[in-house]
Design a binder for this molecule. Structure first.
Ligand code: KET
Length: 398
């Protein structure tokens, strides 16, 4: 009966985790999945989360279903993080926000919404992008195309080509954008470039869908939301999916949000209702535990301030690793330019290694990067960075 079902080839990112775990190499280094590891190579529990967990645990309360849209405090936390505390659009009730099962859940509900209410719209993703962007939208029967983004030869952004491409799109076509910390390239637009992109989106009545999964890891909480807030300032309709997996280090708790900025409060009410209906028919309601942690951390001023400091400490450690890796590689291969490593933002660096070189890093050194040459810089620390740099220098000589 199920013999015609295709075998699953596995996920290029999550599948690496399994291979890494099974590798007995004592020197193995995980630079694959986008997870922040601290200087000791450990996935941290943030102090602000420990405090929030203590409040939840004492006393342990019953665990009823959450509302389909999640806890109001979780939703409020998403809105204030993305749009700024006291933002006029929040006071005017123009934003429909639901808590979701991570950023992935936000993208899924958003894709379903586009499929149902904008059936003619295609979704365009950057070339390259996070692979699951394509899978999620295609899985919701939204046709996906790619827009020019990364120039591998020059480790730069194909900005003019990207703009020219946007100008060929149809009204209400969706453009999936990374407001900061582009995955997998780490190459971000400048504020002036964002202004140009948003003006083209406005002129052609396109729908911007901004997926922000690393807020705080680029510049800072507000700077990383520049594109989001500029779109709001320009009066654009806007979808925003956000994830707390990385900046709250709550990967397995599956906490995120989907926000839709609407022209009127009535439209926001309509959208909010349909998002609820969509949640009900996909997964009914979001996770309780993570939702309570988000609610507490985002709405307690002292904890929120502590959280921001903890995120910036993670950000700064990653930046330090970028500087160190660049200097070590420059010393080993003086005739090669490694400026890209410190020009890139957030967790990832697109190293430009060939698939064969990536494979040799893995087989010979037990160093795991995604096959497209993406390196999660957060997997580096002072104990393994020389080993990684030596190994990269070795395979780059091939
Ligand atoms: C851009 C982006 N958006 C959404 C997500 C999903 O986040 P979540 O809240 O966990 O559902 C991830 C996860 N990226 C890392 C992990 C993964 O592939 O699932 C990664 O790129 O390694 C992203 O990199």
């Amino acid at each position: 009966m199920f013999e015609r079902i295709d075998y699953y080839a596995g996920d290029p990112i999550l599948g690496l985790m399994e291979k890494y775990s099974a590798d007995n190499n004592p020197n193995k280094v995980n630079l694959g999945i986008g997870i922040y590891y601290d200087e000791s190579g450990v996935l941290p529990v943030l102090d602000c989360v420990k405090t929030a967990e203590a409040r939840i645990a004492d006393p342990i309360a019953p665990r009823p279903y959450l509302p389909m849209a999640g806890l109001p405090g979780h939703r409020k936390g998403c809105q204030e993080l993305l749009f700024g505390k006291g933002a006029q659009i929040l006071q005017d009730g123009l934003v429909a926000t639901i808590a979701t099962i991570g950023g992935s859940g936000a993208l899924k509900v958003g894709a379903e919404f586009i499929h149902e209410w904008f059936p003619q719209s295609k979704c365009y993703v950057s070339d390259p992008t996070w692979g699951n962007h394509i899978a999620i939208f295609e899985g919701s029967d939204v046709e996906v195309g790619k827009y020019p983004y990364y120039d591998k030869a020059n480790s730069s952004i194909k900005f003019d080509e990207m703009i020219a491409f946007f100008e060929t799109l149809n009204k209400h076509d969706v453009i999936l954008l990374h407001p900061c910390c582009h995955n997998p390239t780490g190459m971000d637009l400048t504020q002036a470039q964002w202004d140009t992109v948003l003006n083209v989106i406005k002129a052609h009545e396109l729908i911007p869908f901004m997926d922000i999964a690393y807020q705080g890891f680029g510049e800072d909480m507000d700077g990383d939301a520049y594109a989001i807030r500029k779109a709001v300032e320009m009066g654009l309709p806007l979808f925003v999916s956000n994830s707390f997996s990385k900046n709250l280090s709550l990967y397995g708790e599956r906490v995120g949000g989907l926000s839709v900025v609407c022209p009127t409060a009535d439209e926001a009410e309509r959208v909010f209702g349909q998002l609820n209906a969509m949640v009900r028919r996909i997964y009914s309601s979001p996770p309780s535990h993570g939702g309570h942690v988000v609610d507490i951390v985002m709405n307690d001023d002292a904890l929120h301030e502590q959280w921001v400091g903890e995120v910036y400490a993670m950000r700064d450690r990653i930046k330090a690793m970028r500087l160190k890796l660049k200097s070590v590689l420059e010393a080993k291969i003086p005739n090669r330019n490694f400026d890209y490593i410190t020009r890139q933002n957030g967790m990832f660096s697109f190293t430009g290694l060939t698939p064969e070189q990536v494979e040799r890093l893995q087989s010979k050194y037990g160093i795991y990067m995604v096959s497209n040459s993406r390196m999660c810089v957060a997997g580096l620390n002072t104990s393994n960075i020389d080993y990684v740099a030596n190994a990269m220098a070795d395979v780059l000589k091939d």
